[in-house]
Design a protein around this ligand. Sequence first.
Ligand code: OOG
Ligand code: NI
Length: 299
Amino acid sequence: MSNTVLAAVLDGLMQKYKERVPDVAGVINALRQEGVIANASDIENDHIAFRTIGVPFLGIQSLEKIFLHYGYQKMEQYYFPSKKLDAFWYAPPAPEYPRIFISELRVKDLSNAAQQIIYSYTNEIIADPVDAIDVNNAAAVDTFLHSGLWRLPTVEDFTALAKESEYAAWVIYNRYYLNHFTVSVHNLKPGYNTVAAFNTFLERNGFTLNDAGGKIKISADGNLLQSSTVAEMLDAVFAEGKIHRISGSYVEFAERKVLPQFADMPALEIKREHRREGFEASNADKIFESTYAAQTIKR
Ligand code: OOG
Ligand code: NI
């Protein structure tokens, strides 16, 4: 287990993500302009997220091996029946690293036709690709996470998949590109340290928020609050050089409240372990929609 390798892998992910998602630099610049942070490195990254396809050799069981190797610990499972997804979250080896959320498409829950489209791509993979890379080599992992695991999809296949599962279409094109990083808001200065206040800041600066189920997603215990931007549409090159607009990635914001048993602790002593941990399926269910057409149409 080497945390310098993990740090380099995370840096590589963030770099490509920033290049593809203008909202990332947009949010960082707005925070700087309003004097909330001095540098991008002042932002605490609550978690990052990946999407995967549940077929042999791929999916969660494949991608997670990289992060388990770096000392991440597999935590709770979540199930999203209407979206036909499963997910797990992973606790980092040290608090300065982000949590990881990995979801997986339940391919067998899709129609036969959609399954056949997916298999026509994923059947190119005849062994777990993670087993073929040296996970101690950050450059090798970076290349793997940003390379095509299967051939470029056709616009027809992409469109047919999107009709049944927008998640399926997103991942058949975007693969392991970072789906989002998450600004942790509770340690920011007053006026920015709740999701409600942060959303006001975001909208004042022209960002479009995902309003599926309301702009603030709140866990049943009231202690995990989340919001997200709507993914921007980008021109993507498909098979035969065809260009089609697809949704890219988005940015998320999270507020983890101090747990009731630590309510009387002095503010300066409060650390990550004193706050609400994990995720919430009902929040996540709506956050997935940040890349769905009903939301992306708003920007
Ligand atoms: C992940 C959506 C869920 C969260 O923090 O609950 C999520 C995705 O869009 O792939 O990020
Ligand atoms: Ni998230």
